[in-house]
Design a protein around this ligand. Structure first.
Ligand SMILES: Nc1ncnc2c1ncn2[C@@H]1O[C@H](COP(=O)(O)OP(=O)(O)OP(=O)(O)O)[C@@H](O)[C@H]1O
Ligand SMILES: [Mg+2]
Length: 328
């Protein structure tokens, strides 16, 4: 499954992303890949990365996908003849014949270039702004790397890719949310967090993106009731207020504790949430392809230019050629 975690700044996105990654890896035996989609690069730390993890031995530190777009585009384009100097890969370009459409588990060059392994969890990062970006680029130009990556790398049913997103509604300026099987909005029981949730969820509804809501930092059922009443919908998951999460952000500990050290209440909550997530429908390839082509045509019509429609190969489904354990 592919999941994205959204929420107001400080609402618990990174905490939940890291907890889910560790829980799925350690307790459910999933292969997991976290993507830090925020320019405040906190996910590695939250997963307990050490200097040694980040150095990756002889390989050296991993590159950030958002700052390596030229290589990323060329790599996934493979020898697709519809991607040329005149018609370069853009964020919405669908994979075609010759493109590299890969399984998450297969050994591949992108892994050596981008992945850092932290206690069984794989991590890639979009990356921070560089000195060349100042006054020239917004963060969108970098999160486009996530769109390209997610369209070319596909997971089996016992694998998960989780993206810890940056706060804000900018994500609706792209089709990125439509690439996930589950979009999770995290909300804390505070006025501001809830106000943001109401606003974000109404945008999601207008854009036809369905969202799961996870209430976190919850101390009692009145808080859940207040959130549900304001949102006019039930929440899909509840994560308790728990010292385990506060320890994870404590200055006094050299490394955040792993989820295997969490309290029963935390484990129970994560169990219930992952149980729900595992029931999400996966890989309706026809639907996935139809949506990708629609967004590419939309982009061609709005700003890229009609000629980009030539990147669509009529009748070709790039996903039918990859052997997945889940039904194709
Ligand atoms: N269930 C919880 N119980 C107690 N504290 C929590 C809980 N969830 C999150 N927190 C605390 O809330 C703070 C913010 O969490 P986190 O960094 O995950 O938010 P974020 O949404 O990723 O923030 P940013 O937008 O800055 O990236 C942290 O100190 C974290 O420990
Ligand atoms: Mg964060």
């Amino acid at each position: 499954m592919k999941l994205a975690v959204y929420g107001k700044g400080g609402s618990g996105k990174t905490t939940l992303s890291a907890s889910l990654l560790q829980f799925l890896s350690y307790f459910c035996n999933f292969r997991v890949l976290g993507i830090d989609g925020d320019h405040n690069l906190h996910l590695a730390n939250e997963l307990g990365a050490t200097e040694t993890d980040m150095q990756r031995g002889e390989q050296g530190t991993a590159r950030d996908i958002g700052n390596d777009l030229e290589w990323l585009r060329a790599y996934f384009a493979g020898n697709n003849p519809r991607i040329t100097a005149d018609l370069p890969m853009i964020k919405t370009t669908p994979p075609g014949e010759g493109s590299r459409v890969l399984k998450l588990s297969e050994p591949a060059e992108w892994r050596q270039r981008y992945v850092t392994v932290i206690d069984g969890v794989e991590l890639i990062r979009v990356g921070d702004f560089t000195s060349e970006d100042y006054r020239k680029k917004c963060y969108h130009s970098k999160t486009g790397a996530i769109e390209i990556f997610l369209k070319h790398v596909w997971e089996d049913s016992n694998e998960a890719i989780i993206v810890d997103m940056s706060a804000g509604k900018d994500v609706f300026a792209s089709p990125l949310p439509t690439l996930f099987d589950g979009n999770i909005y995290v909300v804390k029981p505070t006025r501001k967090s809830l106000a943001n949730a109401v606003d974000f969820l109404s945008h999601a509804k207008n854009f036809g993106v369905s969202m799961l809501v996870v209430a976190t930092d919850i101390s009692n059922c009145q808080e859940v009731a207040a959130i549900e009443s304001q949102l006019e919908r039930p929440v899909d998951g509840i994560i308790p207020h728990d010292p385990f999460f506060m320890q994870r952000d404590s200055l006094l500990l050299s490394r955040p504790p792993h989820v295997r050290e969490a309290s029963f209440a935390v484990l129970d909550a994560l169990y219930n949430l992952t149980d729900l997530l595992r029931q999400l429908p996966l890989h309706d390839w026809d639907k996935i392809l139809t949506r990708m082509l629609y967004h590419h045509e939309e982009t061609a019509a709005s700003w890229a230019g009609d000629k980009f429609n030539e990147q669509i190969q009529p009748g070709f489904n790039p996903f039918k050629h990859v052997k997945f354990e889940v039904s194709v």
